[in-house]
Design a protein. Structure first.
Length: 498
Protein backbone atom coordinates (compact mmCIF):
# COMPACT_ATOMS: atom_id res chain seq x y z
CA UNK A 1 0.00 0.00 0.00
CA UNK A 2 2.86 2.38 0.83
CA UNK A 3 4.43 1.74 -2.58
CA UNK A 4 1.10 2.39 -4.29
CA UNK A 5 0.67 5.63 -2.36
CA UNK A 6 4.20 6.68 -3.36
CA UNK A 7 3.42 6.03 -7.03
CA UNK A 8 0.22 8.08 -6.86
CA UNK A 9 2.09 10.92 -5.18
CA UNK A 10 4.81 10.77 -7.81
CA UNK A 11 2.28 10.89 -10.64
CA UNK A 12 0.46 13.76 -8.97
CA UNK A 13 3.73 15.66 -8.51
CA UNK A 14 4.64 15.08 -12.16
CA UNK A 15 1.25 16.28 -13.35
CA UNK A 16 1.45 19.30 -11.05
CA UNK A 17 4.93 20.12 -12.39
CA UNK A 18 3.63 19.93 -15.97
CA UNK A 19 0.68 22.18 -15.14
CA UNK A 20 2.97 24.60 -13.32
CA UNK A 21 5.45 24.85 -16.23
CA UNK A 22 3.99 27.39 -18.66
CA UNK A 23 7.47 28.00 -20.05
CA UNK A 24 7.66 24.36 -21.17
CA UNK A 25 4.36 24.76 -23.03
CA UNK A 26 5.57 27.97 -24.65
CA UNK A 27 8.69 26.19 -25.86
CA UNK A 28 6.65 23.26 -27.18
CA UNK A 29 4.27 25.59 -29.03
CA UNK A 30 7.11 27.66 -30.48
CA UNK A 31 8.91 24.49 -31.56
CA UNK A 32 5.82 23.42 -33.49
CA UNK A 33 5.45 26.93 -34.95
CA UNK A 34 9.04 26.84 -36.26
CA UNK A 35 8.49 23.59 -38.13
CA UNK A 36 5.16 24.77 -39.52
CA UNK A 37 6.78 28.00 -40.69
CA UNK A 38 9.75 26.19 -42.22
CA UNK A 39 7.39 24.18 -44.39
CA UNK A 40 5.33 27.26 -45.23
CA UNK A 41 8.42 28.99 -46.63
CA UNK A 42 9.83 25.78 -48.20
CA UNK A 43 13.13 26.18 -46.35
CA UNK A 44 15.12 22.91 -46.54
CA UNK A 45 16.77 23.47 -43.16
CA UNK A 46 16.72 25.78 -40.15
CA UNK A 47 18.56 25.92 -36.85
CA UNK A 48 17.17 27.99 -33.98
CA UNK A 49 18.25 28.89 -30.46
CA UNK A 50 16.25 30.93 -27.94
CA UNK A 51 17.85 32.19 -24.73
CA UNK A 52 16.37 34.05 -21.79
CA UNK A 53 17.88 35.17 -18.50
CA UNK A 54 21.10 33.37 -19.30
CA UNK A 55 19.37 30.05 -19.98
CA UNK A 56 18.80 28.18 -23.24
CA UNK A 57 15.06 27.60 -23.72
CA UNK A 58 15.26 25.94 -27.13
CA UNK A 59 18.17 24.81 -29.28
CA UNK A 60 17.32 22.65 -32.25
CA UNK A 61 17.74 21.87 -35.93
CA UNK A 62 14.86 21.45 -38.37
CA UNK A 63 14.76 19.86 -41.80
CA UNK A 64 17.81 18.80 -43.79
CA UNK A 65 21.24 20.20 -44.55
CA UNK A 66 20.76 19.67 -48.28
CA UNK A 67 17.64 19.09 -50.31
CA UNK A 68 17.42 15.52 -51.58
CA UNK A 69 19.77 14.15 -48.94
CA UNK A 70 18.76 12.61 -45.60
CA UNK A 71 21.28 14.24 -43.23
CA UNK A 72 19.28 16.35 -40.74
CA UNK A 73 20.16 19.78 -39.40
CA UNK A 74 21.13 19.62 -35.74
CA UNK A 75 22.39 22.08 -33.15
CA UNK A 76 25.97 21.55 -34.36
CA UNK A 77 25.34 21.99 -38.09
CA UNK A 78 27.51 24.80 -39.46
CA UNK A 79 25.95 27.73 -41.30
CA UNK A 80 27.14 31.12 -42.56
CA UNK A 81 26.71 33.91 -40.02
CA UNK A 82 27.10 36.39 -42.90
CA UNK A 83 26.46 39.98 -41.73
CA UNK A 84 25.68 39.00 -38.14
CA UNK A 85 29.49 38.90 -38.09
CA UNK A 86 29.45 42.71 -37.93
CA UNK A 87 28.42 42.79 -34.26
CA UNK A 88 31.35 40.48 -33.48
CA UNK A 89 33.79 42.79 -35.25
CA UNK A 90 32.40 45.70 -33.23
CA UNK A 91 33.17 43.73 -30.05
CA UNK A 92 36.73 43.20 -31.29
CA UNK A 93 37.17 46.96 -31.66
CA UNK A 94 35.59 47.55 -28.24
CA UNK A 95 38.17 45.22 -26.70
CA UNK A 96 40.90 47.48 -28.04
CA UNK A 97 39.02 50.55 -26.84
CA UNK A 98 39.01 49.04 -23.34
CA UNK A 99 42.77 48.57 -23.58
CA UNK A 100 43.26 52.22 -24.52
CA UNK A 101 44.77 51.34 -27.88
CA UNK A 102 42.09 53.04 -29.92
CA UNK A 103 39.18 55.42 -29.40
CA UNK A 104 35.85 55.34 -31.22
CA UNK A 105 36.39 58.97 -32.24
CA UNK A 106 39.97 58.56 -33.51
CA UNK A 107 40.42 59.51 -37.16
CA UNK A 108 40.85 56.37 -39.26
CA UNK A 109 43.99 57.98 -40.72
CA UNK A 110 45.56 57.91 -37.27
CA UNK A 111 45.72 54.11 -37.43
CA UNK A 112 45.73 53.53 -41.20
CA UNK A 113 48.06 56.17 -42.70
CA UNK A 114 47.39 54.87 -46.22
CA UNK A 115 43.61 55.17 -45.83
CA UNK A 116 42.15 57.03 -48.80
CA UNK A 117 38.66 57.66 -50.14
CA UNK A 118 37.60 59.64 -53.20
CA UNK A 119 36.75 62.74 -51.16
CA UNK A 120 39.80 64.19 -49.31
CA UNK A 121 37.54 65.75 -46.68
CA UNK A 122 35.91 62.42 -45.84
CA UNK A 123 39.31 60.75 -45.84
CA UNK A 124 40.49 63.23 -43.24
CA UNK A 125 37.32 63.35 -41.13
CA UNK A 126 36.14 59.74 -41.02
CA UNK A 127 36.30 58.33 -37.47
CA UNK A 128 36.65 54.76 -36.24
CA UNK A 129 32.98 54.92 -35.16
CA UNK A 130 31.96 55.75 -38.74
CA UNK A 131 33.37 52.46 -39.98
CA UNK A 132 30.49 50.71 -38.18
CA UNK A 133 27.53 52.97 -38.96
CA UNK A 134 27.01 52.95 -42.77
CA UNK A 135 26.87 56.75 -43.07
CA UNK A 136 30.18 57.56 -44.76
CA UNK A 137 28.59 58.99 -47.91
CA UNK A 138 29.81 56.05 -50.02
CA UNK A 139 27.09 53.89 -51.54
CA UNK A 140 27.03 50.14 -51.92
CA UNK A 141 30.33 48.75 -53.21
CA UNK A 142 29.74 45.00 -53.01
CA UNK A 143 30.97 44.68 -56.59
CA UNK A 144 34.48 44.96 -55.12
CA UNK A 145 34.16 41.43 -53.78
CA UNK A 146 31.07 40.06 -55.54
CA UNK A 147 32.39 40.37 -59.11
CA UNK A 148 36.11 40.22 -58.38
CA UNK A 149 38.54 37.74 -56.93
CA UNK A 150 41.04 40.13 -55.41
CA UNK A 151 42.71 40.20 -51.96
CA UNK A 152 41.25 42.37 -49.24
CA UNK A 153 44.17 44.80 -49.58
CA UNK A 154 43.13 45.52 -53.16
CA UNK A 155 39.47 45.82 -52.16
CA UNK A 156 40.23 48.66 -49.74
CA UNK A 157 42.70 50.21 -52.19
CA UNK A 158 40.03 50.60 -54.87
CA UNK A 159 37.70 52.44 -52.50
CA UNK A 160 39.54 55.65 -53.36
CA UNK A 161 38.01 55.41 -56.85
CA UNK A 162 34.39 55.27 -55.63
CA UNK A 163 32.64 58.63 -55.83
CA UNK A 164 30.37 59.47 -52.88
CA UNK A 165 26.60 59.38 -53.34
CA UNK A 166 25.70 61.63 -50.40
CA UNK A 167 27.55 63.82 -47.90
CA UNK A 168 29.29 62.44 -44.83
CA UNK A 169 26.89 61.46 -41.99
CA UNK A 170 23.85 62.94 -43.78
CA UNK A 171 22.14 59.63 -44.50
CA UNK A 172 22.56 55.85 -44.40
CA UNK A 173 23.44 53.30 -47.09
CA UNK A 174 24.48 49.82 -46.03
CA UNK A 175 28.22 49.35 -46.57
CA UNK A 176 30.26 46.16 -46.14
CA UNK A 177 33.70 47.46 -47.07
CA UNK A 178 34.05 49.84 -44.12
CA UNK A 179 33.87 46.84 -41.81
CA UNK A 180 36.84 45.51 -43.74
CA UNK A 181 38.61 48.79 -42.95
CA UNK A 182 37.69 48.18 -39.30
CA UNK A 183 39.35 44.78 -39.52
CA UNK A 184 42.48 46.45 -40.89
CA UNK A 185 42.49 48.85 -37.93
CA UNK A 186 42.15 45.91 -35.53
CA UNK A 187 45.10 44.22 -37.20
CA UNK A 188 47.24 47.38 -37.19
CA UNK A 189 46.49 48.24 -33.54
CA UNK A 190 46.72 44.71 -32.11
CA UNK A 191 49.44 43.33 -34.37
CA UNK A 192 47.17 40.35 -35.04
CA UNK A 193 45.05 39.64 -38.16
CA UNK A 194 41.33 40.06 -37.54
CA UNK A 195 40.58 36.37 -38.12
CA UNK A 196 43.13 35.39 -35.45
CA UNK A 197 42.13 38.17 -33.06
CA UNK A 198 38.44 37.24 -33.07
CA UNK A 199 39.25 33.56 -32.59
CA UNK A 200 41.53 34.20 -29.61
CA UNK A 201 39.69 37.09 -27.97
CA UNK A 202 36.05 36.17 -28.57
CA UNK A 203 35.39 32.61 -29.69
CA UNK A 204 37.86 30.83 -27.39
CA UNK A 205 36.88 32.63 -24.17
CA UNK A 206 33.20 31.90 -24.85
CA UNK A 207 33.89 28.25 -25.61
CA UNK A 208 32.68 28.60 -29.21
CA UNK A 209 34.66 25.58 -30.38
CA UNK A 210 32.72 25.09 -33.64
CA UNK A 211 32.99 28.68 -34.83
CA UNK A 212 35.43 29.74 -37.55
CA UNK A 213 36.31 33.24 -38.73
CA UNK A 214 36.65 32.24 -42.39
CA UNK A 215 34.96 29.75 -44.70
CA UNK A 216 38.47 28.58 -45.58
CA UNK A 217 38.77 27.25 -42.02
CA UNK A 218 35.61 25.11 -42.26
CA UNK A 219 36.35 21.43 -42.85
CA UNK A 220 33.61 19.74 -40.80
CA UNK A 221 31.17 17.74 -42.93
CA UNK A 222 28.22 18.68 -40.70
CA UNK A 223 27.48 21.84 -42.64
CA UNK A 224 24.53 23.23 -44.51
CA UNK A 225 24.34 23.72 -48.29
CA UNK A 226 22.96 26.92 -49.86
CA UNK A 227 19.67 26.80 -51.78
CA UNK A 228 17.96 29.24 -54.12
CA UNK A 229 14.71 29.42 -56.05
CA UNK A 230 15.87 29.01 -59.66
CA UNK A 231 13.18 29.23 -62.35
CA UNK A 232 10.50 28.12 -59.94
CA UNK A 233 12.44 25.26 -58.34
CA UNK A 234 14.47 25.25 -55.13
CA UNK A 235 17.94 24.07 -56.06
CA UNK A 236 21.34 23.65 -54.43
CA UNK A 237 23.72 26.37 -55.60
CA UNK A 238 27.43 27.05 -55.25
CA UNK A 239 28.57 28.72 -52.06
CA UNK A 240 29.55 32.39 -51.81
CA UNK A 241 32.90 32.97 -50.13
CA UNK A 242 32.98 36.21 -48.11
CA UNK A 243 36.51 35.75 -46.74
CA UNK A 244 37.78 38.76 -48.73
CA UNK A 245 35.57 40.98 -46.54
CA UNK A 246 35.88 38.81 -43.44
CA UNK A 247 35.06 41.39 -40.72
CA UNK A 248 31.82 42.21 -42.56
CA UNK A 249 30.47 38.70 -42.92
CA UNK A 250 32.70 35.61 -43.06
CA UNK A 251 32.11 33.87 -39.71
CA UNK A 252 30.70 30.33 -39.67
CA UNK A 253 29.02 28.76 -36.67
CA UNK A 254 26.18 26.64 -35.29
CA UNK A 255 23.34 27.40 -32.86
CA UNK A 256 25.11 25.47 -30.11
CA UNK A 257 27.87 28.08 -30.22
CA UNK A 258 25.61 31.02 -31.01
CA UNK A 259 23.68 30.38 -27.79
CA UNK A 260 26.84 31.35 -25.92
CA UNK A 261 27.28 34.45 -28.04
CA UNK A 262 23.62 35.45 -27.61
CA UNK A 263 23.76 35.08 -23.81
CA UNK A 264 26.99 37.06 -23.64
CA UNK A 265 25.57 39.93 -25.69
CA UNK A 266 22.45 40.12 -23.52
CA UNK A 267 24.26 40.18 -20.18
CA UNK A 268 26.76 43.05 -20.51
CA UNK A 269 29.26 40.71 -22.24
CA UNK A 270 29.52 38.38 -19.24
CA UNK A 271 30.39 34.70 -19.68
CA UNK A 272 31.26 31.88 -17.33
CA UNK A 273 34.91 32.92 -17.16
CA UNK A 274 34.39 36.64 -16.68
CA UNK A 275 33.41 39.33 -19.16
CA UNK A 276 34.64 40.40 -22.59
CA UNK A 277 34.12 44.14 -22.19
CA UNK A 278 33.79 46.84 -19.60
CA UNK A 279 30.10 47.63 -18.97
CA UNK A 280 30.41 51.05 -20.59
CA UNK A 281 31.96 49.62 -23.76
CA UNK A 282 29.27 46.94 -24.00
CA UNK A 283 26.57 49.61 -23.60
CA UNK A 284 28.17 51.74 -26.32
CA UNK A 285 27.59 48.98 -28.87
CA UNK A 286 23.83 49.28 -28.45
CA UNK A 287 23.48 53.06 -28.29
CA UNK A 288 21.67 54.39 -31.37
CA UNK A 289 24.36 55.96 -33.53
CA UNK A 290 22.46 56.98 -36.68
CA UNK A 291 18.88 57.29 -37.89
CA UNK A 292 17.97 54.80 -40.61
CA UNK A 293 15.53 56.20 -43.21
CA UNK A 294 12.56 54.04 -44.16
CA UNK A 295 14.01 53.47 -47.63
CA UNK A 296 17.04 51.75 -46.06
CA UNK A 297 15.22 49.71 -43.41
CA UNK A 298 13.62 46.29 -43.73
CA UNK A 299 10.22 45.95 -45.45
CA UNK A 300 9.04 44.29 -42.23
CA UNK A 301 8.45 47.80 -40.88
CA UNK A 302 5.31 47.91 -43.03
CA UNK A 303 3.78 45.48 -40.54
CA UNK A 304 5.68 46.12 -37.28
CA UNK A 305 5.22 49.90 -37.76
CA UNK A 306 8.07 51.20 -35.58
CA UNK A 307 8.11 54.79 -34.40
CA UNK A 308 11.86 54.98 -34.89
CA UNK A 309 14.59 53.02 -36.69
CA UNK A 310 18.29 53.37 -35.86
CA UNK A 311 21.61 51.59 -36.18
CA UNK A 312 24.07 50.99 -33.35
CA UNK A 313 27.53 49.48 -33.76
CA UNK A 314 26.69 46.40 -35.78
CA UNK A 315 22.97 46.31 -34.87
CA UNK A 316 19.76 47.53 -36.48
CA UNK A 317 17.27 48.85 -33.92
CA UNK A 318 13.59 49.70 -33.67
CA UNK A 319 10.80 49.88 -31.16
CA UNK A 320 8.30 47.04 -30.85
CA UNK A 321 5.36 47.07 -28.46
CA UNK A 322 7.02 49.88 -26.55
CA UNK A 323 10.32 48.03 -26.19
CA UNK A 324 13.66 48.53 -27.91
CA UNK A 325 14.89 45.61 -29.97
CA UNK A 326 18.36 45.07 -31.45
CA UNK A 327 18.81 42.76 -34.42
CA UNK A 328 20.78 42.08 -37.55
CA UNK A 329 20.28 39.80 -40.51
CA UNK A 330 22.93 37.93 -42.45
CA UNK A 331 22.54 37.08 -46.13
CA UNK A 332 24.78 35.34 -48.62
CA UNK A 333 23.51 33.66 -51.77
CA UNK A 334 21.35 30.77 -50.58
CA UNK A 335 22.09 31.29 -46.87
CA UNK A 336 20.42 33.39 -44.17
CA UNK A 337 20.77 34.25 -40.50
CA UNK A 338 19.28 36.65 -37.96
CA UNK A 339 20.26 37.59 -34.43
CA UNK A 340 17.61 39.40 -32.43
CA UNK A 341 17.38 40.52 -28.83
CA UNK A 342 14.84 42.08 -26.52
CA UNK A 343 17.36 43.43 -24.02
CA UNK A 344 14.93 44.63 -21.36
CA UNK A 345 13.60 41.07 -21.06
CA UNK A 346 17.03 39.40 -21.43
CA UNK A 347 15.58 37.49 -24.39
CA UNK A 348 17.55 36.57 -27.50
CA UNK A 349 17.06 34.44 -30.59
CA UNK A 350 19.46 33.33 -33.31
CA UNK A 351 18.30 31.64 -36.51
CA UNK A 352 20.18 30.03 -39.39
CA UNK A 353 18.58 28.91 -42.67
CA UNK A 354 19.69 27.49 -46.00
CA UNK A 355 17.31 29.16 -48.48
CA UNK A 356 18.07 32.52 -50.05
CA UNK A 357 16.36 35.43 -48.30
CA UNK A 358 13.89 33.22 -46.47
CA UNK A 359 12.19 35.93 -44.44
CA UNK A 360 10.75 33.36 -42.06
CA UNK A 361 13.71 34.57 -39.99
CA UNK A 362 11.96 37.87 -39.21
CA UNK A 363 8.70 36.07 -38.51
CA UNK A 364 10.24 33.69 -36.00
CA UNK A 365 12.10 36.54 -34.28
CA UNK A 366 8.94 38.58 -33.66
CA UNK A 367 6.98 35.45 -32.74
CA UNK A 368 9.64 34.63 -30.13
CA UNK A 369 9.43 38.15 -28.69
CA UNK A 370 5.66 37.71 -28.36
CA UNK A 371 5.75 34.14 -27.05
CA UNK A 372 8.47 34.49 -24.43
CA UNK A 373 8.10 38.10 -23.30
CA UNK A 374 5.48 40.46 -24.69
CA UNK A 375 2.41 38.29 -25.23
CA UNK A 376 0.27 37.72 -28.28
CA UNK A 377 -0.22 35.00 -30.89
CA UNK A 378 0.00 37.01 -34.08
CA UNK A 379 0.84 34.77 -37.03
CA UNK A 380 3.91 36.64 -38.22
CA UNK A 381 4.93 33.83 -40.58
CA UNK A 382 1.77 34.15 -42.65
CA UNK A 383 1.80 37.94 -42.59
CA UNK A 384 5.45 38.27 -43.62
CA UNK A 385 4.97 35.51 -46.21
CA UNK A 386 2.20 37.58 -47.81
CA UNK A 387 4.23 40.81 -47.52
CA UNK A 388 7.29 39.41 -49.29
CA UNK A 389 5.19 37.52 -51.84
CA UNK A 390 3.62 40.84 -52.85
CA UNK A 391 7.02 42.55 -52.98
CA UNK A 392 8.37 39.78 -55.22
CA UNK A 393 5.36 40.15 -57.48
CA UNK A 394 6.01 43.88 -57.72
CA UNK A 395 9.62 43.13 -58.67
CA UNK A 396 8.43 40.70 -61.34
CA UNK A 397 6.06 43.35 -62.68
CA UNK A 398 8.95 45.82 -63.01
CA UNK A 399 10.94 43.20 -64.91
CA UNK A 400 7.96 42.55 -67.19
CA UNK A 401 7.58 46.29 -67.74
CA UNK A 402 11.24 46.56 -68.71
CA UNK A 403 10.97 43.65 -71.12
CA UNK A 404 7.82 45.12 -72.64
CA UNK A 405 9.85 48.18 -73.65
CA UNK A 406 11.97 46.09 -76.01
CA UNK A 407 11.92 47.58 -79.50
CA UNK A 408 11.17 44.74 -81.90
CA UNK A 409 12.71 44.44 -85.34
CA UNK A 410 15.97 46.27 -84.64
CA UNK A 411 19.40 45.00 -85.57
CA UNK A 412 22.78 45.52 -83.86
CA UNK A 413 24.77 48.35 -85.40
CA UNK A 414 27.84 46.14 -85.84
CA UNK A 415 28.56 42.53 -86.74
CA UNK A 416 28.78 40.47 -83.53
CA UNK A 417 32.52 40.01 -83.89
CA UNK A 418 33.04 43.77 -83.69
CA UNK A 419 31.62 43.84 -80.17
CA UNK A 420 34.17 41.26 -79.02
CA UNK A 421 37.22 42.45 -77.17
CA UNK A 422 38.58 43.44 -73.78
CA UNK A 423 37.00 46.29 -71.84
CA UNK A 424 38.51 47.60 -68.62
CA UNK A 425 37.98 49.95 -65.70
CA UNK A 426 40.34 51.00 -62.91
CA UNK A 427 37.46 50.42 -60.47
CA UNK A 428 35.53 47.45 -61.87
CA UNK A 429 38.33 45.46 -63.44
CA UNK A 430 38.06 43.74 -66.81
CA UNK A 431 35.18 42.57 -68.98
CA UNK A 432 36.02 40.13 -71.74
CA UNK A 433 33.48 39.84 -74.56
CA UNK A 434 33.59 36.88 -76.96
CA UNK A 435 31.27 35.49 -79.62
CA UNK A 436 29.62 32.09 -79.30
CA UNK A 437 27.52 31.30 -82.37
CA UNK A 438 24.82 34.01 -82.43
CA UNK A 439 25.36 35.21 -78.86
CA UNK A 440 27.87 37.27 -76.91
CA UNK A 441 29.54 35.89 -73.82
CA UNK A 442 30.65 38.40 -71.18
CA UNK A 443 33.12 37.47 -68.46
CA UNK A 444 33.74 40.06 -65.75
CA UNK A 445 37.05 39.45 -64.02
CA UNK A 446 36.62 35.74 -64.83
CA UNK A 447 34.19 35.63 -61.89
CA UNK A 448 30.83 36.71 -63.32
CA UNK A 449 29.76 35.27 -66.66
CA UNK A 450 26.66 35.72 -68.81
CA UNK A 451 25.43 34.66 -72.27
CA UNK A 452 23.59 37.44 -74.05
CA UNK A 453 21.44 37.46 -77.16
CA UNK A 454 20.63 40.59 -79.13
CA UNK A 455 17.84 42.50 -77.41
CA UNK A 456 17.48 45.73 -79.35
CA UNK A 457 19.80 48.28 -80.94
CA UNK A 458 23.18 47.81 -79.17
CA UNK A 459 21.75 46.15 -76.08
CA UNK A 460 22.12 42.43 -75.42
CA UNK A 461 20.27 40.45 -72.75
CA UNK A 462 20.45 36.99 -71.25
CA UNK A 463 21.06 34.77 -68.24
CA UNK A 464 24.02 34.80 -65.90
CA UNK A 465 25.82 31.46 -65.79
CA UNK A 466 24.78 31.40 -62.14
CA UNK A 467 21.11 31.37 -63.05
CA UNK A 468 20.01 32.28 -59.53
CA UNK A 469 21.38 35.73 -60.30
CA UNK A 470 18.71 36.03 -62.97
CA UNK A 471 19.06 37.93 -66.25
CA UNK A 472 21.14 40.95 -67.11
CA UNK A 473 21.45 43.47 -69.92
CA UNK A 474 24.63 44.84 -71.46
CA UNK A 475 24.60 48.08 -73.43
CA UNK A 476 27.46 48.83 -75.83
CA UNK A 477 28.60 52.35 -76.65
CA UNK A 478 29.11 52.59 -80.42
CA UNK A 479 30.64 55.73 -81.94
CA UNK A 480 29.87 57.11 -85.39
CA UNK A 481 32.98 55.52 -86.86
CA UNK A 482 31.34 52.15 -86.29
CA UNK A 483 33.35 50.96 -83.32
CA UNK A 484 32.27 49.66 -79.92
CA UNK A 485 34.18 51.76 -77.37
CA UNK A 486 32.51 50.79 -74.11
CA UNK A 487 30.10 48.51 -72.31
CA UNK A 488 27.74 49.11 -69.37
CA UNK A 489 26.45 46.13 -67.39
CA UNK A 490 24.82 46.05 -63.95
CA UNK A 491 25.72 49.72 -63.46
CA UNK A 492 29.41 49.07 -64.14
CA UNK A 493 31.07 50.91 -67.02
CA UNK A 494 34.07 49.58 -68.91
CA UNK A 495 36.09 51.20 -71.72
CA UNK A 496 37.47 49.17 -74.60
CA UNK A 497 41.17 48.58 -74.13
CA UNK A 498 41.85 46.12 -76.94
Amino acid sequence: MKNLTFIFCLLAATTFAQVQSPEAKLVKDFDAYIEKSRKQYDVPGLAVVVVKNGKVLLQKGYGVRELGKPEPVDANTLFACASTTKAMTAVCMALLVDEGKVNWNDPVLQHLPDFQLFDPYVTRELKIRDLFTHNSGVGNTDFLWGVMDIPSEEVVNRMKLVEPTYSLRSSFIYQNIFYLFAGKVIERVSGTPWEVFIQKRVFEPLGMTRTAAHLGMVTDRNQSSPHHLVEGKISVISRTNADAIGPAGSVWSCVNDMSKWAVCMLDSSKFSGGRLLKPASWAELFKPQVLVPASQFYPTMQLTQPNWTTYGLGWFQQDYKGKKINFHTGSLAGEIAIHGQLPENKLGIYIFGNLDHAEVRHALMFRAFDAFALGGTRDWSTEFYTLYKNLNQQSDQLTNLYEAQRVAGTQPTLPLQDYAGTYSSPLYGEALVTVNKDELEVSINQVVKARLAHWHYNTFRGWFDKRWWGKTSAHFVVISEGKATGIEIEGMEFTRSK
